[in-house]
Design a protein around this ligand. Sequence first.
Ligand SMILES: [Zn+2]
Length: 477
Amino acid sequence: MTRNDQAIAKPAVSAIFLFLLAVLALPAACAGDTKTIDLIIRGDHVLTMDPDQTLITDGAVAVNDGIIVAIGPAAEITASYQAVKVLDGTGKVVMPGLINGHSHGAMTLLRGIADDLSVMEWLTKYVFATEVRFVDEEFVRLGTELACWEMLRGGTTTFVDMYYFPDSVAEAVESCGMRAVIVPSTIDQKSPDAEDGEQSLRQAIDFVERWRGKNNRIIPIIGTHSVYTVSPENLQRVRAAALELGVPVGIHLAEHPFEIEITREKYDMTPVELLDSLGFFEGPTIGAHVVWPSETDIEVLVQKNIGVIHNPNSNMKMAAGVSPVVEMLAAGVKVGLGTDGAASNNDLDMWEEMRLAAFLQKVSTMDPEALPASAVLKMATSGGAQAIGLGAEIGSLTVGRRADLIQVGFSDVHFVPTYDVVSHLVYVADEQDVETVIVDGKIVVKDKQVLTVDTQRVRAEANALAARIQAALAANP
Ligand SMILES: [Zn+2]
């Protein structure tokens, strides 16, 4: 086409374009300029958990194809969108789903099997011993289903799960409709799914390759138990494999004084210094617990952009200590919140975790201003998302992010009166107040009923399996 032709062609093209635009706009205009979408979730209050923690009174969230497409006053949203389904928001608060940044889901089946013991006795005599005897694919599938049921009814939409038989975890997560970062735990000793560290790492790599990109709700990464159960060489192998696969590594880090002592004795370093010296932090890392970081450790956590997961219930029950959460947050460490496994908690209740996180910082620093409600709510949502490497996808109600959100009923007597929504969410709300849970745009809990788990079957199977374990332990302790 010559320059002249172009000049002649332009008005014609413009006319055709305008005509097409008018034709395309016609159906929208006929429907009152509304777009048809999957779902509108309304609430007396919508707490976005964006950086300003915006609270919209009589708000709504518009969802299509699993993505948040709009958020604002309900009147504006309902005028702009026609939804296949609209969830009423009377007496409810809409907020992002909670993120459990560190758990061992299948350990729900070991809930209460051994309490009130020192961490080493608990871990070696009970947990590791019971796991090697009883944990198999079926145990993990069932235990993860039980965990999904408990977490979903409590408003958790994403969890980080570090355990064995990761395919069984992934299958349970796939069917229950949650989002999970699945972390096969590599360890040097014989474990339920491997003879040694080499085999467990090989299996972890295979798992990541098998599940990567298969389902956007399932994020396979690599894990390694800790610096006291894995050799420096194997820790380096784990990081090298993770770098090659382009995935983060999850690890228990600086959890208990004995871990600090062992690492000091063996390597004359703190666990953080040891990992840093091994080049272990040269890629995204999720460090669970971090109860005993030194001042210089905290600098390393900031420099290396390590995501830290605080587990106040487990730390208190195992007498691990008080994590310096306030110092870490002030230094710029990304800190999320987690329950740890049900054998050291003993439940997967993120509301309790939030409350205790706040109280533990206040009482240990003797400062009631330490870790206020808004900061702890951030740790359970947007802050937690950043700590686990999903900060761009989930954690806040933001246009373009995955639609993981909950409706919390504010009608129970313990919310009366309501001066401050954020205060009530952290200092009052319980799992039982969660009425609706949506993950990836799908309703998975409605009117407090978990729709994606066969709860009757899971309850019966869990009780039957626990009875078999108890009988076997009685016959042969
Ligand atoms: Zn743990």
